[in-house]
Design a protein around this ligand. Structure first.
Ligand SMILES: C[S@@+](CC[C@H](N)C(=O)[O-])C[C@H]1O[C@@H](n2cnc3c(N)ncnc32)[C@H](O)[C@@H]1O
Length: 499
């Protein structure tokens, strides 16, 4: 029904020309007769007998037709309230008349020449001949509306006349891509972006000022064109809140921001307006989790809703996960249950510094002295709060007291940071060194996680906490007179400076 309306042949046929190609004149006499009969029956349809394949409509008309294929009706420019009907337009396209029994074979053989547009049927009824169908071709693939030699060869084998006719095809809102729709609506010459991040059923945009008057329309177009998206939000401030979530405006669709996502085969539920979730971190999450072995211990200082913690627990690691945001903490608990790892994860809702000074210190003090020379268990500390985490590294200075564990047992830190520096790896390393109070030369690695914005990178620096940073050794000369103790401590700071 819809197809007929869209391709309504006789009603929409303006001037339909059959074109004969250079190779077609002798090969298909039977079809020639048929074409001649057509020309008498359909008003406005006439046969062009010129053999020159470049003899078609004037170039400019062809070009316009081709452009129109990708541009909705020009009257939509400046529209702020979506009126789908206004996008309709009629374009001239080539069609090939084919017996209905072999339509599928022709479609397969000419698949690169057939017109592909969203929601568009590739075959139309032929109202003049119930036994035939009209295969809609892409004008871009048929310069001059005449088939190339290879297509003609294919058709010859199928005993199909290679003549193409011109048809008026009605394109509707459904047949345009979202970018084409937005390009037609937004002011000419200004950037049109239909890019978004997807979090479950939510599309998340970051619109520029010039796009704001069109924001509701943009939201609706995204819903229309992306199955599964039922809510579109726009970020209304930069992500600088303590909890790394941002304020947002619902532009279109339902206002429900509780959603479900899947990352690396693990399901998470979350309220997108209250917690941090970034689908661009999935590779990084799995990169870190791959470093872990079953029975390793993971301390996740800024855990969010658990994208490091839960896969690590699934891998049978012992996990301590913390987040300051009570909403994140609650969703973390929820997701632990959802993924049946609540017995493997101890969750905390405190400041990262308190978490390191409390539960992390306690666990390390208990477990590190028990490690053998070649320990089976590794301890990893993940710190994904790129705007601030490096500043937390000073917590490791003398976090533990006593004899250092074996070098192999020293905990491994994976700390994230942003850098706008020319040499971001060097920048991150220097900032980590300043915070730790020691050089990491030759004992750290940096990994580029992603480009966050032009000239802004997110990196991860990984290193084992040096024993002299992590451990405060009991002072051997405790109990000596104060003057001697002072001398000893001066010597040791000079030593540190020299080393
Ligand atoms: C960038 S998100 C990372 C979340 C998660 N680890 C991930 O990879 O998706 C940082 C998280 O740190 C939490 N956070 C911010 N400041 C904190 C602090 N001082 N102590 C603990 N958590 C904090 C935020 O609530 C947020 O969930």
């Amino acid at each position: 029904m819809r197809t007929l309306w869209r391709f309504g042949y006789s009603a929409r046929l303006l001037k339909t020309n059959h074109f004969r190609t250079a190779a077609s004149n002798t090969s298909f006499p039977a079809v020639w007769i048929l074409s001649a009969q057509y020309s008498g029956r359909i008003p406005g349809l006439f046969l062009v007998v010129k053999k020159n394949r470049f003899f078609t409509m004037p170039e400019t008309v062809e070009d316009k037709a081709n452009l129109e294929l990708y541009s909705p009706h020009p009257e939509v420019r400046g529209m702020t309230l979506l009126d789908r009907e206004a996008f309709k337009r009629t374009v001239v396209v080539p069609v090939l008349k084919v017996k209905k029994e072999i339509v599928n074979t022709v479609l397969k053989s000419l698949k690169h020449t057939v017109l592909q547009r969203p929601g568009l049927k590739r075959v139309a009824e032929d109202p003049e001949d119930g036994d035939s169908r009209l295969v809609i071709l892409d004008p871009h693939k048929i310069p001059g509306f005449s088939l190339g030699e290879s297509e003609q060869e294919i058709l010859k084998e199928l005993n199909v006349c290679p003549e193409v006719s011109k048809y008026n095809l009605e394109l509707t809102y459904e047949n345009f891509k979202s970018e084409e729709i937005l390009r037609a609506v937004l002011p000419e010459g200004q950037e049109v972006t239909s890019g978004f991040s997807r979090v479950g059923h939510i599309a998340h945009l970051n619109l520029r000022d010039h796009q704001l008057p069109y924001r509701h329309l943009i939201g609706q177009v995204i819903i229309d064109k992306n199955p599964g998206i039922t809510c579109v939000v726009n970020k209304t401030n930069i992500i600088d809140s303590t909890y790394r979530n941002f304020q947002m405006e619902v532009l279109a669709g339902e206002g429900n921001l509780i959603t479900k996502v899947k990352e690396n085969n693990i399901a998470y539920e979350l309220d997108f307006s209250k917690v941090y979730w970034n689908p661009r971190l999935s590779t990084e999450h799995s990169r870190i989790v791959e470093l872990l072995k079953p029975s390793d211990v993971l301390f996740d200082v800024f855990a969010g809703i658990g994208p490091f913690a839960i896969p690590a627990a699934k891998k049978k690691c012992h996990v301590f996960a913390n987040d300051l945001n009570p909403e994140s903490y609650n969703w973390l608990l929820h997701n632990c249950k959802l993924n049946k790892v609540d017995n493997k994860i101890k969750a905390f809702n405190m400041d990262g510094r308190d978490f390191l000074l409390g539960p992390v210190r306690e666990e390390l003090s208990k477990e590190l002295p028990l490690l053998k020379e070649e320990p089976k268990t590794s301890f990893h500390i993940v710190m994904n709060l790129p705007a601030l985490a490096i500043e937390f590294l000073d917590v490791f200075r003398h976090l533990l007291v006593g004899e250092p564990c074996s070098t192999a047992g020293l905990p491994m830190v994976h700390c994230y940071g942003f850098s706008k520096h020319d040499d971001p790896a060097k920048d991150i390393q220097e900032r980590a060194e300043a915070s730790l109070g020691t050089s990491l030369d030759g004992r750290c690695s940096t990994h580029l996680v992603r480009n966050v914005a032009p000239n802004k990178e997110m990196l991860c620096i990984s290193f084992q906490i040096p024993a002299d940073v992590l451990y405060k050794r009991p002072c051997p000369d405790e109990g000596k007179p104060a003057s001697k103790r002072l001398r000893a401590s001066k010597d040791s700071s000079e030593e540190k400076l020299l080393s």
